[in-house]
Design a protein around this ligand. Structure first.
Ligand code: ASP
Ligand code: MG
Length: 409
């Protein structure tokens, strides 16, 4: 018998029928003898609907009142799920975040969990009840309702699992696990049995939107075994996200992530002097634009070139800022391209194997794909290529690294 925290996302509780189905799955775990805490999101589309209502009143709606509003979505689903469980003969109790003391800081709309007092939850579990907790919300020191940022229910589940020292935190979603890459791009993509926290963080931040990044960070920090499972298909093992172990799959790389939302900016002929990177990129950062990859060329003839990428939505704004700075600095030219994508290969196996980068470049060259930028970290190699090469590039890499085949143990 184990203590399991199960989280069901918006689609999984998107209708009364689906809530009934979730209640069946939860009762099943109960019948297997486990103690179960369930965290739910709002019904799919509900948080957006509430946001829309708020924006109808003021376009810049944020802060305290928005949290009072947004937190209601999850209050609906905890009540409905508890009713469904009770009607199936499975005793259950629902709680809002505040009721189980999910204490956060006061950063409305993006609060961070600081502390959870699990006493009430433990008491109900000891009484044989299933405890159903509203995801995505908490309460600050002064009793104000807070929310954790979009997708925050994953973080609620992981934080509860950590506080209760649960044996596993299971995230039920509309996919049956984490794949080697997006199956819509590569039909042969394979579900991974396991992936490390580190790899998952890279995959998540690179655009595989299976889990909220913060939840993965939290799980890694508190060593909560995390499993991604399908809420629609039964019997699968999903993907376990865990620490690296000797017995893990011996793959060179575990997956291929891509990001279609980037844009590239280049400044050429900038004076090669101290403070130039700061003047250009500092201005961009000050406008709250996040910069991803940055490349500076070796200087020649007293000048140098910079290339960097930003989110595509920030492209025009960034071009404006950079053009103004470039003129002040006497740079030769500013150019930009919003039609680029970033493709990354990710794997802890890279740490102990040489030649991964050249294999990646070889595979792209064989398809005639020009690489515009390269960046590497310990467990990741990313390239920027023209948008039109996205699918071809991802497929070529999936083939080259034979990701469709499970690695030998
Ligand atoms: N309902 C919230 C959202 O849509 C939280 C969540 O689903 O995790 O972002
Ligand atoms: Mg969600």
């Amino acid at each position: 018998m184990a203590l399991i925290v199960q989280k069901y996302g918006g689609t999984s509780v998107g209708s009364v029928e689906r809530i009934q189905h979730v209640a069946d799955r939860v009762s099943q775990s109960r019948r297997q003898g486990h103690d179960v805490v369930v965290v739910v999101s709002a019904m799919s589309g509900e948080t957006d609907r509430l946001l829309g209502l708020a924006r109808g009143i003021r376009s810049d709606a944020d802060g305290r009142e928005l949290d009072v509003l947004l937190s209601t979505g999850e209050q609906v689903t905890i009540a409905l799920l508890s009713m469904a469980l009770e009607s199936k003969g499975c005793p259950a109790r629902s709680y809002t975040g505040a009721q189980v003391h999910i204490r956060t800081d006061s950063a409305h709309n993006k609060a961070r969990i600081q502390e959870i007092d699990g006493a009430r939850v433990r008491r109900d579990l000891a009484d044989g009840k299933v405890v159903v907790v509203a995801g995505f919300q908490g309460v600050d020191e002064s009793g104000n309702i807070t929310t954790l940022g979009r997708g925050g229910s994953d973080t609620t589940a992981v934080a509860l699992a950590a506080a209760l020292k649960a044996d596993e935190c299971q995230i039920f979603t509309d996919v049956d696990g984490v794949y080697t890459t997006d199956p819509r791009v590569v039909p042969q993509a394979r579900r991974l049995e396991r992936i490390t926290f580190e790899e998952m963080l890279e995959m998540a931040s690179l655009g595989s939107k299976v889990l909220q990044i913060r939840a993965v960070e939290f799980a890694g920090k508190y060593n909560v075994p995390l499993r991604v499972l399908s809420s629609f298909q039964e019997g699968g093992d999903g993907t376990l996200i865990t620490f690296e172990e000797g017995s893990m799959e011996q793959a060179l790389i575990s997956g291929i992530a891509f990001n279609q939302n980037e844009a590239q900016l280049t400044v050429t002929g900038v004076p090669d002097q101290p403070g130039v990177a700061y003047r250009i990129l500092g201005a961009v950062a000050q406008a709250n634009i996040e910069v991803d990859m940055i490349v500076q060329n070796v200087g020649a003839d007293g000048t140098t070139d910079f290339t960097f990428t930003v989110h595509r939505n920030d492209f025009d704004k960034a071009m404006g800022i950079v053009s103004a700075r470039a003129e002040e600095l006497g740079a030769r030219e500013v150019s930009g391209d919003p039609k680029i994508v970033k493709i990354s290969i990710v794997g802890v196996g890279m740490r102990s194997h040489a030649g991964i980068a050249s294999k990646m470049f070889e595979a792209l060259a064989a398809e005639g794909i020009n690489i515009r930028m390269i960046s590497t970290s310990e467990i990741k190699i990313s390239v920027v290529v023209d948008e039109k090469y996205l699918e071809l590039g991802v497929r070529a890499l999936h083939d080259a690294f034979e990701l469709e085949r499970a690695p030998a143990a």
